[in-house]
Design a protein around this ligand. Structure first.
Ligand SMILES: [Zn+2]
Length: 239
């Protein structure tokens, strides 16, 4: 693992964590042998405990699923124990993931292995922005600042513009994300903006993005309904 050397602190990369041959073999399995959910956009498969992309924490309604044999060579080796949760995701060209910080109380450090095409990942802390180019076969570790005080996400778009101005089309990408459960289930970082433990202690309900989105969808539906009603009322006037 090589520290990135710039912000965000706590981000390390291990380039060529696996060989091209290993990657090709894994991609064949990911493409041809796995039973992906039948939906458009980003798709996920879960091993170990299941991770909820609604709460960014463990989904305790789903039983533990043992790691398959093909996953063993892809597990990070620098930690005291294997991860508790592994999520494999497919990003078709154009797909992204909203900026988020994985739930502090649930998880400790995070690792992610990129496969297939490269992608730019956006890190943000307040007004600060940092883009990191994730190369295929590179293993990324997020801990400390990068893990707790920065959000990370991938823009939903068809191309990435690199630092030198090159426009790079998106292609199919897969990521394998590894998470370790946090001992004790509380985080002492005290970040009132991103830490669910800090927010709970302040009596604040965590502002989950999907809840906000649901509210927005409901508001949009209500507005559309009003429009229909007012136009039909107008129609009645006309007749
Ligand atoms: Zn925290």
């Amino acid at each position: 693992m090589e520290p990135l050397g710039t912000e965000p602190a706590g981000l390390s990369l291990h380039k060529d964590f696996i060989s091209k041959e290993q990657e090709d073999a894994v991609l064949r399995i990911l493409r041809e042998q796995l039973d992906w959910p039948d939906r458009k956009g980003r798709r996920s498969l879960h091993y170990g405990y299941t991770f909820s992309y609604k709460t960014f924490a463990i989904d305790h309604d789903v039983p533990y699923f043992p790691f398959p044999a093909w996953l063993a060579p892809l597990l990070p080796t620098g930690e005291a124990r294997p991860p508790d949760q592994v999520c494999v995701q497919h990003y078709p060209p154009g797909a992204g993931i909203p900026p988020h910080a994985d739930t502090h109380s649930a998880f400790d450090q995070l690792y992610a292995l990129s496969l297939g095409a490269p992608v730019l990942m956006q890190f943000s802390r307040g007004e600060e922005r940092k883009e990191v180019d994730l190369a295929p076969r590179a293993m990324m570790r997020m801990e400390g600042e990068a893990r707790l005080h920065w959000t990370h996400g991938i823009r939903a778009r068809k191309t990435d513009v690199l630092a030198d101005g090159t426009v790079r089309p998106r292609r199919d990408r897969w990521s394998v994300t590894y998470r370790w459960l946090r001992e004790g289930g509380v985080c002492e970082c005290g970040d009132g903006r991103l830490c669910d433990t800090a927010q709970r202690r302040m009596g604040v309900e965590r502002g989950y993005r999907w809840k906000e989105q649901e509210k927005e969808t409901e508001a949009a539906a209500a507005a559309a309904q009003e429009e229909v009603m007012s136009s039909s009322a107008k129609g009645e006037e006309d007749t």
